[in-house]
Design a protein around this ligand. Structure first.
Ligand SMILES: O=P(O)(O)OC[C@H]1O[C@H](OP(=O)(O)OP(=O)(O)O)[C@H](O)[C@@H]1O
Ligand SMILES: Nc1nc2[nH]cnc2c(=O)[nH]1
Length: 155
């Protein structure tokens, strides 16, 4: 976490930084990450869901909570727990881009590198992940396992 925090700190030497946690999955990662970033920042959240109780994406990302914080003119760092098909990110980045942020960066704890076609690449990656369904450290299957203090595979 220290290396990722240092990388993010160095990438934003000036301007307002808003760290936008994508819930629910990023809640543990986000709290560890913001404590490893050594510069002033704001925190807000987005809640979106596309998997429901399934292990494959429904293809439709539902936005369940939209942040009230003003995004215009700020560096936005969107924090994801895991990038799989990349659909969630693609759709959210399009939406947030319309709000005229100064920059829009993406950070993910885990990246499966399945989505090679990503229009908006993930700039900050914690770990490369296997092509398996992962749970724990915030990630769920049907709302179970989020509390595990480690990441595990269900396969
Ligand atoms: O790259 P993708 O294929 O879009 O998958 C990644 C998304 O899937 C999970 O969210 P989910 O829809 O399960 O909601 P959750 O965070 O509430 O578990 C995960 O938290 C990511 O946000
Ligand atoms: N919990 C969980 N959610 C996902 N959404 C997309 N891929 C995954 C995964 O491996 N685990």
């Amino acid at each position: 976490m220290k290396a990722l925090g240092d990388e993010i700190t160095a990438a934003y030497p000036d301007g307002e930084l808003l760290v936008l946690g994508l819930l629910k999955g990023s809640f543990i990662f986000l709290s560890d990450l913001v404590r490893a970033i050594h510069r002033p920042l704001q925190v807000d959240f987005l809640v979106a869901s596309s998997y429901g109780d399934a292990m494959v994406s429904s293809g439709m990302v539902r936005l369940l909570y939209d942040p009230e914080t003003q995004l215009e003119g700020k560096h936005i760092l969107l924090v994801e727990d895991i990038v799989d098909s990349g659909r969630t990110l693609q759709q959210l980045v399009e939406l947030l881009g319309e709000r005229k942020p100064r920059s829009l960066g993406i950070c993910a704890l885990l990246h499966k590198h399945i989505a090679s076609h990503l229009k908006h690449p993930v700039r900050f990656v914690g770990f490369d992940a296997p092509h398996e369904f992962l749970v724990g450290y915030g990630l769920d299957h049907a709302e179970n396992f989020r509390h595990l203090p480690y990441v595990a595979s269900l396969q």
